[in-house]
Design a protein around this ligand. Structure first.
Ligand code: NAP
Length: 326
């Protein structure tokens, strides 16, 4: 594993990190989840990404990871970066989502209980809230740090203008925003198109990108259809069959391009996200240990050269896109 500095902070993150959005809920096979997490650590992944609502059901990914941390990783806590987030729909009533101090700080306390740890390394505002003043949301992040419940803070999916404003407000509160988390893949170049990656580089902030495989679309699995055990075939609605069908021709062309370079489409996709100098780490998901191993092998595959980048750009140019919900 290679480790990259997270902006100009003291923190190094692995080039590939593991996320727990899917495959770690109570609906999943706990023993497989445990094997994935252990294998990830053995291969150098020191950064595990969570959120209050990951599961399903919401909260269960944190519960399962909390159990694995307690049973298998108790003596490794200081070798790990554990992150969580609040802001998406988590519990009923008016305080269960968005960006109020009430939601963020209550959610952080809940996350720490589920994870069975006294602090997280990074606490994120998971999405911008159009109806809460940024000062309030940022003050909750500052409180998380000042109370010792988070070492650092991060922002996810904020559009550029709001991101710049939030970073300034945090600075005035004496808190440096460590990291920003956008979606980024060959099929979703939103942060590149919006100038967010360039801003992060200038601001010397870290950038951890998510869904580099576009939820599995940038693997060979959807080339000839929709396999039964895939995310698109499951009924949770995060990746819809129509989305896959709309991208299928592009995926086939990208697969041909990767093959001509002697690599797999998924290795090309992961290495694409690591090419931009602003990117610290790319957060993958894995349903099995074999998928995890396959994704980690991208680090031994050829890097993305300038001419390959141009060929990818020809097949999948930047278009106006939105930050994905997550
Ligand atoms: N901040 C946010 O709002 C936000 C939003 C989304 C995600 N995230 C973070 O990013 C993490 C990763 O997201 P993601 O799961 O969408 O990432 P991804 O790496 O783009 O997709 C992972 C999925 O692709 C499939 N896959 C992986 N390796 C494969 C292989 N070798 N061959 C075939 N299929 C393979 C699996 O789905 P199948 O089940 O189809 O096999 C797997 O669950 C999340 O866990 C979360 O931590 C953050």
């Amino acid at each position: 594993m290679n480790y990259r500095r997270c902006g100009d902070s003291g923190l190094l993150l692995p080039e590939i990190s593991l996320g727990f959005w899917h495959n770690f809920g109570h609906v999943d096979d706990f023993q497989e989840s445990r094997k994935i997490m252990r294998r990830a650590f053995d291969r150098g992944i020191t950064h595990f990404d969570l959120a209050n609502n990951y599961g399903p059901p919401a909260g269960s990914a944190e519960e399962n990871v909390g159990r694995i941390l307690a049973e298998d990783f108790a003596c490794h806590r200081d070798e790990l970066i554990i992150t969580t987030k609040a802001g998406h729909d988590m519990w009923g009533g008016p305080y269960g989502e968005w960006g109020s101090r009430k939601h963020l700080l209550a959610s952080l306390d809940q996350s720490l209980k589920r994870l069975r740890i006294p602090y997280v390394d990074v606490f994120y505002s998971h999405r911008p809230d159009p109806n809460t003043r940024l000062e309030e949301t940022m003050s909750a992040l500052a409180t998380a740090v000042n109370s010792g419940k988070a070492l650092y803070v991060g922002l996810s999916k904020y559009p550029l203008k709001k991101l710049k404003k939030a970073v300034k407000i945090l600075k005035k509160m004496g808190i440096r925003c460590l990291v920003y988390q956008p979606p980024y893949s060959i099929l979703n170049r939103w942060p590149e198109k919006e100038g967010i990656l360039d801003y992060l580089k200038e601001e010397k902030m870290g950038c951890v990108v998510f869904s580099p495989l576009a939820q599995g679309m940038l693997t060979p699995k959807y080339i000839d259809g929709i396999p039964e055990d895939s995310r698109a075939a499951r009924s949770d609605g995060f990746l819809q069959e129509e989305q896959v069908i709309a991208q299928q021709e592009k995926i086939r062309n990208l697969d041909d391009l990767a093959a001509a370079q002697g690599m797999s489409i998924n290795h090309m996709a992961i290495n694409f996200t690591l090419k931009h100098k602003a990117v610290t780490s790319s957060i993958i998901g894995a349903r099995t240990v074999a998928q995890l191993d396959d994704s980690l092998d991208a680090l031994e595959a050829p890097k993305i050269t300038g001419s390959l980048f141009k060929a990818i750009d020809k097949i999948a140019p930047m278009t106006k896109q939105k930050a994905a919900e997550g």
